[in-house]
Ligand binder design. Sequence first.
Ligand SMILES: Nc1ncnc2c1ncn2[C@@H]1O[C@H](COP(=O)(O)OS(=O)(=O)O)[C@@H](OP(=O)(O)O)[C@H]1O
Length: 292
Amino acid sequence: LRELRASTASALALALPPPAHTNATAQRLPGAIIIGVRKGGTRALLEMLNLHPDVEVAKAEVHYFNLDENYRRGLSWYRAQMPFTLPGQLTVEKTPGYFSAPLVPERMWEMNPAVRLLLIVRDPAERLVSDYTQVLHNRLQRHKPYQSLEELLLLDHDGNGNGRGGGRIDPGYKALQRSLYHVHFQRWLEHFPRQQIHVVDGEALVRDPYPELRKAERFLELPPRIMPSNFYFNATKGFYCLISAGHDKCLDESKGRPHAPLSQRTFHKLCHFLQEPNKRFFNLVGRTFPWC
Ligand SMILES: Nc1ncnc2c1ncn2[C@@H]1O[C@H](COP(=O)(O)OS(=O)(=O)O)[C@@H](OP(=O)(O)O)[C@H]1O
């Protein structure tokens, strides 16, 4: 009798459609995208949003809209990079390179003019140093030659790492270009209305993640499910880590590592250089940040 029951049950299981949840699970295009800024805290924001039960995130950076070789693969390729979700769940991806890549806003708008955009910003001078530190780290790992930050950042630098060569800031330095937020933000505004881009304060997210997450939930029209108890400050890491379903998780060691050295004098020059660009950005976003 037991065998008969078992075989009837398995025959039934084959005949019946799979349970609703497996049936409806599918890879869907993102409803929200974290577009940058590079080194702004994009990974932290993504992982923290992922605490929400109605959110599923693409684990790796997708680089669909900013790399031609990926963009040419089309939307079916892009969709295939996404996690499986239930209807009603929100898919989120993050690629920090989107923010400053000229073609991305238009391409994204063509995919979905209603897609919600999240931009996490951070003091652009600190961001630049963090950006340089990451590049330096990669070069050291691959045993490649590297230049000091002063050498890259200053024109007519005297080569002693002290910035005394009378050097002005080199506006062509790539990492500095990426810190000119107003230039890039302006381009996004040519395609998306301001209300469709939610700006997250990266420094506030480091100090106390919960309030920034609550604002992001509101922007994404998600019910409030992320709680203060999802975060705890890890004194060893020096950052907040995440707790979800009893497991805790800190971001990996490439996040929050010591920055490469830069003389105070050059840092001041950089801050001075960024004053005007920052003001322009504040005007565009309609708020200010206490940056250097
Ligand atoms: N909770 C938590 N834990 C660790 N790190 C945190 C966290 N919140 C924000 N951050 C900041 O995230 C910075 C890295 O930013 P991104 O993830 O955008 O970097 S990347 O562009 O994807 O490489 C990284 O920058 P650096 O400190 O310069 O390394 C961190 O300051």
